[in-house]
Design a protein around this ligand. Sequence first.
Ligand code: UD1
Length: 478
Amino acid sequence: MRHCASKVGAVERPGMTIFIPSNRRKFQAFATSTRFAVYFIRITRVDAHMDRIRIVGGNELNGTIPISGAKNAALPLMIAALLTDDTLVLDNVPRLADVAQLQRILGNHGVDITAMGKRPGDREYCGQTLHISAANIIDTTAPYDLVSRMRASFWVIAPLLARMHEAKVSLPGGCAIGTRPVDLLIMALEKLGAEISIDGGYVIAKAPGGLRGARIDFPKVTVSGTHVAVMAASLAKGTTIIGNAACEPEIRDVASCLNEMGARVSGAGTCRIVVEGVDRLHGARHTVLPDRIEAGTYAMAVAMTGGDVQLAGARPELLQSALDVLEQAGVQISVNDEGIRVARNGAGIRPVTVKTAPFPGFPTDLQAQLMALMVGAQGSSQITETIFENRFMHVQELARFGARISLDGETARIDGIAALRGAPVMATDLRASVSLVIAGLAAEGETMVNRVYHLDRGFERLEHKLKACGAAIERISD
Ligand code: UD1
């Protein structure tokens, strides 16, 4: 992502849109003032979906890749800031389009967000520190044009309802990977005493006397449902017991932050979470945990290209199932003080049979990347997707590399081929996009990945990190 702060000039108010005449690109600038009237300006290219990534495949990856903070923890952590009128400070927040979009959404509710600049001694890829203050919530509506771009933004409904006793939130958008309903989120809020109606594409939630603790049993494991239930219950009167809760590490990370803010959440990371409601939460400082999906993605990239890469900051216990699958496939994995080291030297990839499952099972968010890897395996693999019903959109794009994949319901059979050939490709969701990048790194010749907007939503400085390890990869901005 290119930053052009120097060209922008004076910024007078948050959220203003600036046009740069020299290259006619559109930028969003966000300014937040401190009491010293110093402006911190964060600039995000909003037309990055026009960019392409060009890869010339065949290079091994060797070196170190720093792992960023987890997008899937950073987003609910930022949303949790709505629960208190004190400031929540989050360290290690990744610089991603989804984070910038959530800043816009929170800004619309009246939240002030300051992004701290670089400090002496900061590493090149250091995550950003956000100071988030929801001292005055001036608007409890999350409008369609903001929420429709990112599904997780729907989750603001929980803290708004818990603290302000009302919320009006547009039904969500996000990645095109199935219908992704919000019925279980609504069910959880209703159990906590909310009155909910749907009108004109908006979910309207009210709890005039505040939320009340309740028993919530999810009929299926849902990350979004669990986040919403925990956040809402933290300010409810009485005790909430959440059964069949999601155990994902990001749920535990958010619960730890809530506890640092004065909440009383226990059992997060298991399938039974107990929340004792409190009257108010206070400020805290919390560091976002490392991104297990980013780490798993780069591990698969190294498995595919060969080489030897240190995933700095990656935590093996967050992605053990994926590491086990890679070892079955013949990849060398070792854990050290710095993180996880992944190597493949000469040996071919062995085929595997894998089913996605909620944590600690194999993550659906690594399914597309594993499929790309198995395209080059020595034999037939099977991958079954059990979380989302329509998460095979990458299959037809992988076919452009010469992949031989057949689908039977929720199972894909991948017959490995000797060599992938580079191709122009396009993707419709975040994880599918990166599977095409991985395939391109290993393919013979040139690959052009179109619509990289999806990559920018979830992978921080992807092309920089890969290039530093020897990949021939560049972003092309027309
Ligand atoms: C989160 C992650 C996403 C990951 C997914 C599964 C974030 C920002 N996103 O998405 O990267 O792929 O977990 O690990 O953390 N469902 C319902 N009704 C509901 C809610 C969900 O039927 O009200 C279904 C979904 O359609 C899906 C399954 O439950 O089939 C799991 O969804 P969920 O765990 O909620 O995924 P997200 O939280 O949206």
